[in-house]
Write a protein that binds this ligand. Structure first.
Ligand code: AMP
Ligand code: TRP
Length: 327
């Protein structure tokens, strides 16, 4: 696949669990576009369908969601001529390598993962896939000799687990001979100022809290969400409105708007609605256009899957040699 001369290898993924929101965009997906545009990276953007299987257990919903992420990727401006866009389940090396990682990782280590601890705290009946989630994610990242992983703050620990797993594998299996390490250690990239985008209730924006503004929202949806932002009347500035507004305008522009409309929460919300609409409209239109051309989208995934598989299968040969299952 394409020239790789001294470009950094970038890998990231999104789970097909439903509509993305502006937290996903500003926390992670926007970086995908910026980092692709810079031309300095060879990028892989994956649809993490197997990672979604612990939540989405309905075939037609899964299909729709997978296609949805592909549309999202293309609509925000990722370019399949520059990057490899593919779905996880098309490259079986991911699950194969995850098994190998399962075998060198201890239960107590994985029990320290935030996602597992959260699920446990909620007293859920946790499935094995949720427990092993970080091992599949480590396989995703490590198969491609990834240098950088742009993600939101909540995925930082998963990238650290991937690093630990790479080190553990290298330590266990690469001590003989010339000391060549099979896996490279990846670095997370997290945008500091928007590491956590707040939702309309001031908590972290999240599908599971029902406090989102969808990334491809209609005008009506934007209006409804913004009007629903919880305001406190402590200072003249409604904190939660401002926190979201900050994503769309500079602080100096906001200073002016918020000064002119001090205490006028409705006017401030209306200004925010217009700013969000101006930003979302072109994305929404591009996505609707792509939606009419499903064959093209499927072709992008097919080509991406082929390219990813070539690289991943080659890495698996190296892995199999290191652990001694090749004869
Ligand atoms: P998810 O939908 O949870 O798979 O998230 C996809 C990506 O969006 C991940 O990199 C998350 O870290 C990021 N993300 C999700 N919610 C937020 C948020 N409220 N603020 C910033 N980033 C987020
Ligand atoms: N776990 C990530 C999330 O919930 C999605 C994901 C799967 C991912 N594999 C990945 C992100 C590899 C970065 C790299 O958002």
């Amino acid at each position: 696949m394409k020239e790789s001369t001294n470009k950094k290898i970038l890998f990231s993924g999104v789970k097909p669990t439903g509509r993305p929101h502006i937290g996903n965009y500003f926390g992670a997906m926007k970086q995908f576009v910026d980092l692709e545009k810079s031309g300095e990276n060879l990028c892989y953007f994956m649809i993490a369908d197997y990672h979604a299987l612990n939540l989405i257990q309905n075939a037609s919903e899964m299909r729709e969601n997978i296609l949805g992420v592909a549309l999202d990727y293309l609509a925000i401006g990722l370019d399949p001529k520059k990057s490899i866009i593919f779905k996880q389940s098309d490259v079986s090396a991911h699950t194969e390598l995850a098994w190998i990682f399962d075998s060198i990782t201890t239960m107590p280590y994985l029990m320290r993962a935030h996602a597992f601890k959260d699920a446990e705290a909620k007293n859920k009946e946790i499935n094995v896939g949720t427990f092993n989630y970080p091992m599949l994610m480590a396989a995703d990242i490590l198969l491609y000799d990834t240098d950088i992983v742009p993600v939101g703050q909540d995925q930082k620990q998963h990238v650290e687990i991937s690093r630990d797993t790479a080190e553990k594998f290298n330590r266990t299996f690469c001590k003989e001979g010339d000391g060549k390490q099979v896996f490279k250690l990846p670095e997370p990239i997290i945008l500091g100022d928007v590491a956590v985008v707040p939702g309309i209730d001031g908590q972290k924006m999240s599908k599971s809290y029902g406090n989102t503004i969808p990334l491809f929202a209609s005008y009506e949806e934007i209006k409804k969400a913004v009007m629903g932002i919880v305001t406190d009347s402590s200072a003249g500035i409604p904190k939660n409105v401002y926190a979201i507004h900050k994503l769309f305008r500079t602080e100096s522009e906001l200073a002016k708007i918020y000064k002119e409309n001090e205490g006028k929460y409705k006017a401030l919300k209306e200004a925010l609605i217009e700013d969000i609409e101006a930003f979302i409209k072109p994305l929404r239109e591009k996505r609707a256009e792509l939606e009419k051309n499903k064959d093209y989208v499927l072709e992008v995934l097919r080509d991406g899957g082929k390219s990813a598989k070539e690289v991943a299968d080659k890495k698996m040969e190296e892995v199999k040699r290191s652990i001694g299952v090749n004869l």
